[in-house]
Design a protein around this ligand. Structure first.
Ligand SMILES: C[S@@+](CC[C@H](N)C(=O)[O-])C[C@H]1O[C@@H](n2cnc3c(N)ncnc32)[C@H](O)[C@@H]1O
Length: 206
């Protein structure tokens, strides 16, 4: 299929999508908001006084959702390699999460008490080569895990996006070593045909 045809088809699907329409109507920057909302409503992830780190935050719908719940007693720190328009209460760090300097900056912003929750919706750019893409996805998920063990408070939670394929079982086993409970979530807003799903690791144990 030509590039033009496939982008036309993507636009048509996007326009028909109920979550896209709903997000536009309510001024959310992406339909991804409904993935976080569904998980939060089921698992009660976010509280008004929480310190939350949003990894891969742009265009910003998860940060918008957080800023609607978290009050001045909490904190939101967001990171993305792409720009993000400002959101009230959200401290945005522009840069590559895999860069140690960016991680250090985030640790500094969060401060000594640590974060209550880390959420990652990051997905590396696709090459179209399935094995390469999967190993890149898993590599970034492993970095998110390592970073979470540095930034989370004891008892804190981690929500991370994965793609079904090699390494996801082992990843969940790894999380079980440091978290009391490891759950799998596939919110309705996550398209059926997508291999994407989320792992929710609860109650970080030092
Ligand atoms: C699916 S989008 C996130 C959507 C977001 N949750 C929202 O609700 O608007 C994935 C984001 O991850 C970011 N990303 C991917 N790799 C990254 C990296 N190494 N460092 C920082 N951001 C990254 C991309 O730039 C992209 O904006």
């Amino acid at each position: 299929m030509s590039k033009n045809k496939s982008s036309k088809r993507w636009l048509q699907t996007q326009n028909k999508d109920l979550y896209v329409k709903k997000a536009r109507k309510l001024d959310f920057r992406s339909r991804a908001i409904y993935k976080l909302q569904e998980i939060d409503e089921k698992d009660q992830l976010i509280k008004p006084n929480y310190c939350v780190v949003d990894l891969g935050s742009s265009p910003g719908s998860w940060s918008q959702y957080l800023s609607g719940i978290i009050d001045s007693s909490g904190r939101i720190v967001a990171i993305d390699i792409l720009p993000m328009n400002p959101i009230e209460q959200v401290l945005f760090i522009s840069g590559d999460f895999t860069d140690e300097i960016i991680q250090k900056q985030c640790l500094k912003e969060v401060g000594e008490y640590g974060a209550d929750l880390v959420i990652s919706d990051m997905a590396p750019n696709l090459t179209g080569i399935r094995v390469t893409d999967q190993s890149r996805n898993m590599a970034i998920a492993e970095l998110v895990y390592d970073f979470s063990t540095q930034i989370l408070k004891p008892g804190g939670d981690l929500l991370v996006k994965l793609f079904e394929g090699d390494g996801t079982y082992e990843y969940r086993q790894l999380l079980k070593e440091k978290f009391a409970k490891v759950l799998v979530r596939k919110p309705k807003a996550s398209r059926d045909q997508s291999r994407e799903f989320y792992v929710l690791a609860r109650s970080y144990v030092l």
